[in-house]
Ligand binder design. Structure first.
Ligand SMILES: C[S@@+](CC[C@H](N)C(=O)[O-])C[C@H]1O[C@@H](n2cnc3c(N)ncnc32)[C@H](O)[C@@H]1O
Length: 287
């Protein structure tokens, strides 16, 4: 019982932190393997045609021409290159904690002739206010990278610093599933712990993130599940194949397995400053 309680605490704090540099090491060692199975879009939740899924993502992030966008946890810049090709005059800053990924991203960006649109930088997204000028980004997005953070409060505070007023943060990630049955919930936390261990992850709860966003003053535009047609959904077979091939987070038996996570998309805005009394008029004041 004591062990179970410890696990509960660990899963809920989001601060049991594996240092970001360990995440970097993990991706330095495994990126080739990810590329082999996932291709250049390293996301488990996707459709059979991953480019269609990225189009959907761009729409939901409300990306527009001429925006300056931070790709926080960019992988090998697969998504950034796709968005830069799709949306005219987009300026992207692609950030990853993995040196190996940034080397590969640079090659990919050059091969696409997009050096003027995308810069790839090695660094920790918990430090963005020291790496970049404040209030410079229209968007910051996390595509299955946010959950690597062991300190989500610091992370969302840092992102606030580098967003322009009116800029938005978009998160697409997995969050701990919730069920009514207490023991099933314990089991879900145990599976989440195992995933965290295997992938250097810190699966959080949806409420923790919403609470951080709202306390900081972000306006939450939406929280929703990714809306894809069942026939188009890839059914996580790529991530299962990855686990089986490389024995990373491999599920030994599906007998009695409880699915531990839900995917959500979140869009939240750093508002243009209004007086306290006018805050509830925020959307009316916007043209
Ligand atoms: C699952 S991969 C997703 C990559 C990319 N978003 C994509 O869709 O292909 C997670 C990414 O988050 C990055 N990441 C994790 N922790 C980070 C940190 N503290 N700072 C910067 N990048 C980080 C990893 O290096 C990796 O590129």
């Amino acid at each position: 019982m004591f062990i179970v309680m410890l696990r509960i605490n660990k899963a809920n704090t989001g601060k049991n932190t594996k240092p970001a540099k360990d995440v970097g090491k993990f991706y330095n060692q495994t990126t080739e393997k990810f590329l082999e199975v996932y291709g250049e879009i390293i996301q488990a939740f996707r459709t059979n045609n991953v480019e269609e899924y990225l189009e959907y993502t761009a729409k939901n992030m409300r990306l527009k021409e001429k925006m300056h966008v931070l790709d926080a946890g960019c992988g090998v810049a697969g998504p950034a290159v796709f968005f830069a090709k799709q949306i005219p005059n987009l300026k992207l800053t692609a950030l990853s904690i993995s040196k190996v990924q940034i080397e590969k991203a640079k090659v990919k960006i050059a091969a696409a002739g997009l050096e003027n649109s995308i810069e790839a930088i090695e660094g920790d997204f918990h430090q963005v206010s020291s790496i970049f000028k404040k209030a410079q980004f229209d968007r910051a997005y996390f595509l299955e990278s946010y959950g690597h953070s062991g300190d989500k409060e610091k992370l969302l505070h840092e992102i606030w610093e580098v967003l322009k007023p009116g800029g938005m943060v978009y998160i697409k990630d997995l969050f701990e599933r919730e069920v009514e049955d207490e023991w099933e919930q314990h089991y879900i936390r145990k599976i989440c712990d195992d995933i965290n261990e295997s992938y250097q992850y810190h699966i959080g709860t949806l409420y923790e993130t919403l609470s951080i966003l709202r306390k900081k003053g972000y306006i939450v535009h939406y929280v929703k599940i990714p809306e894809v047609k069942i026939g188009d959904f890839e059914h996580l077979s790529i991530s299962n194949e990855f686990q089986n091939l490389f024995n990373i987070g491999k599920i030994d038996s599906w007998d009695g397995y409880v699915f531990p996570i839900d995917f959500f998309e979140i869009l939240a805005e750093k508002p243009v400053q209004l007086s306290e009394k006018d805050k509830h008029l925020y959307f009316m004041n916007k043209s």
